[in-house]
Design a protein around this ligand. Structure first.
Ligand code: ADP
Ligand code: MG
Length: 270
């Protein structure tokens, strides 16, 4: 059985969908079969980031309702043959989701894929609870700001009390991603440091992603930033994906301002 990973945050707009797309593609690049599933019913934007919005015919709600089988709904990535995508419904709202149908869908996928990554909607309501319900692990995405950390803390509380694993007396594995780190703002004290965040949330860190304006362009082009070898955020996502696949990769310092000379020297050793 493959591993089911929910990408969650509590607060919206912190980078869940960006993380899902890039980590999913990174896992596929690591030669593991991976499917990314859009659980943000009614919103749908994982398809855009992956450049697959024109390929969507069937969505997860149609699969759960038996109007299409899962093979018909899976869309193959244009970038890597190991990556597949399952779209959210744009027309239905999230009240159509039901636990039994979700369990069947995600366990069917886990039989076929090494990693099943579920992109959660914003908030901690029913759509969120359905995303975490059958997860083996969760990637918690935060921005270095108080409101994001507070909402993530609430989301973790729900994860630790309502997921199936916990009901069975087991634990849901947690990975923290700190996204949109701006070294200047960390240095000036306007942004929380990683140490502050780790102390508050007390879950293991799997990666730090810097603020990178290239992400917006990448999303508009439907070409995930991980494919850009010169992008600091892309490289950060690559390291996160490799860590999820079980390899040790040193944690890069993305919080210190690199002076011209230092960044040149570092660049020589990349
Ligand atoms: P969520 O799924 O949590 O709502 P998204 O992944 O859609 O968040 O990201 C919200 C916005 O932030 C998007 O416009 C995205 O391009 C931008 N964004 C995400 N991560 C970064 C980053 N590291 N640097 C710059 N912009 C980012
Ligand atoms: Mg999203």
């Amino acid at each position: 059985m493959g591993s089911i990973i929910a990408v969650i945050s509590g607060k919206g707009g912190v980078g869940k969908t960006t993380t899902t797309a890039n980590v999913g593609l990174g896992i596929a690049i690591n030669n593991k079969r991976c499917v990314v599933v859009d659980f943000d019913i009614g919103q749908r934007n994982l398809d855009m980031i992956l450049g697959l919005e024109n390929r969507v015919v069937f969505d997860i709600v149609q699969v759960m309702d038996g109007e299409a089988n899962v093979k018909q709904a899976l869309i193959k990535s244009k970038f890597d043959a190991n990556l597949f995508f399952l779209a959210a419904s744009q027309t239905k709202d999230k009240s159509v989701l039901d636990s039994d149908k979700i369990q069947k869908l995600v366990t069917d996928l886990a039989e076929d894929f090494d990693y099943v990554i579920l992109d959660a909607p914003a908030g901690i309501e029913s759509g969120y609870e359905h995303t975490i319900e059958f997860a083996d692990s969760a990637i918690i995405v935060v921005n270095p700001e108080v409101s994001s950390i507070r909402d993530a803390d609430r989301a973790i509380g729900i994860l630790d009390s309502k997921s199936q694993k916990v009901k069975e007396g087991k634990e849901v594995i947690k990975y923290l991603v700190i996204n949109r780190i701006d070294p200047k703002m960390v240095q000036s004290g306007e942004m929380l440091t990683s140490e502050d965040i780790l102390e508050i949330l007390s879950i293991p860190l799997i990666g730090k992603v810097p603020e990178d304006r290239g992400i917006i362009d990448a999303s508009n082009q439907g070409k995930p930033i991980i494919l850009d070898k010169n992008s600091p955020a892309g490289q950060a996502y690559k390291r996160i994906a490799t860590r999820i696949c079980g390899e040790m990769v040193a944690m890069e310092d993305v919080e210190t301002i690199q002076t011209g000379l230092m960044s040149k020297i570092k660049g020589m050793f990349k």
